[in-house]
Design a protein around this ligand. Sequence first.
Ligand SMILES: Cc1cc2nc3c(=O)[nH]c(=O)nc-3n(C[C@H](O)[C@H](O)[C@H](O)COP(=O)(O)OP(=O)(O)OC[C@H]3O[C@@H](n4cnc5c(N)ncnc54)[C@H](O)[C@@H]3O)c2cc1C
Length: 458
Amino acid sequence: MGNRKVAIVGGGIAGVGAAWSLDRAGYEVQLFEKASALGGNAKTFRWTVENGYAESPLLVIAWPERYYHNYHLLLDALGLGRTTLPISYFVRSPDGDFRQDGESTLDKRFVGQFKRWRRLVAFVSRVCDFFLPKDRHDSIYHFSFFNPMNVIPLYWMARLFGISKDFWHEIFVPVHCATFITTSMKRIPAVILPILESIVPLEKPCRMGTWDGPPRRVFERMTAAFAERVHTDHKITRVARENACFVLEDSKGRRYEADKVVFACDAHSVLDALESPTWLQQLLFSHSQYVDDVDPTFSKFVVHSDASIFPDAQRDEITSNFNTYVELDGKGSLECTFVLSSRYPGLNQYGVPMLVTFNSDKPIDKVQARIDLPRANHTLCLRNLLIMTAMRFLQGKNDIFYCGTFTTPEGGHDLSFMSGLVAARAIGAPYPLRANNPEALADFHQMQRMMLGRALPD
Ligand SMILES: Cc1cc2nc3c(=O)[nH]c(=O)nc-3n(C[C@H](O)[C@H](O)[C@H](O)COP(=O)(O)OP(=O)(O)OC[C@H]3O[C@@H](n4cnc5c(N)ncnc54)[C@H](O)[C@@H]3O)c2cc1C
């Protein structure tokens, strides 16, 4: 069993996915997470309510069911259930409200703009269809290098189709800021539009998949077989080769040995930890761009129960019918609140507003936590797509592997989970899920092509 000790740095779904797969294949894994709990962005929060507590997800809340083939197989394998969540947005701007119902002031004001939007969606979909394989299944993993929409920004296409700056700032950005975790969207490539519209259509509310309980159960079950080798509160600060093995050191000076290392954290933490990075590691990791590098809107948030932040006249409507409330001020700044208690299964029974607010300058009362969110999501831009593509030249070099959001085209739970499975596969672990699901398997193969440049034999 030589060469079988693998250290994994980062306990989000990518790192835990890699560890779970490697453990099942007989590797001896050690999992290091700097926070006090596993989960990464898929945090579980414990709300103080009358006579006790209630648990809920906080940031990673839901997913597009038609695309998460592998994540669904994972939940099945863990014996965990899922349900669906209705998703709807309330946008308030100085010019009026938008509620995706065709009736609100901004719906009416932008009727002509919505028609142009539909034309744009149809056009970009036709171009993408032309370049994609004809027999593909519903997938977020397939793309063609030759599609010009990869390099043309969606904003340019929108302007070309006569869509106004006002529509972009008052409708598109507020609705999709929670999708991309940024308000800075002018460089998002147009290729994303057909998938985006199929997940969160701009004009009407939708439904997404979610857990039927707190997400922490996923991480607990995935690590149950090697729980004694899960090290939370361990921030890895140094990874160096000493003699024949790696030595990992954390911020408290604790040292661990391993034969191979999987980095499942953000690119900058990788660079900070590597004792002697090569020029390519320097180049790729130092240029990896995160949303908070360009836009501070989502870099910290407040968890609270203070519904007085909503306008008086619509407060009841927002707290009972909408998942996301976005308020624009006259200067282009945007406040965003996830209204978890409105529709998340089982939460409205407590009669307590459960709110997560980003970028508010209002005084907020009834605060349960204030949390910083550094480098939680990378940006969707050409630069990061090039870095992702170039990562294949680093994967496995000197027994170091990489997974997590910066190794994938876009932030998404299925993508990160899949990146962990691919890192594990590159080390030697076989595909750990039910192999008779052709769509899931096709996504796994495609993710290998994106991360490794080729699909390894099953
Ligand atoms: C606000 C927000 C909302 C989102 N909502 C959704 C959603 O609803 N649905 C969806 O599909 N996706 C959503 N995403 C995308 C989501 O981030 C991914 O789906 C996925 O959870 C990312 O997993 P990961 O393991 O790649 O990274 P992370 O979850 O970021 O995990 C990386 C882990 O590495 C740890 N780490 C970093 N440095 C070190 C170190 N030096 N030593 C040890 N540990 C370290 C971090 O603490 C962290 O736990 C959202 C993202 C954000 C930011």
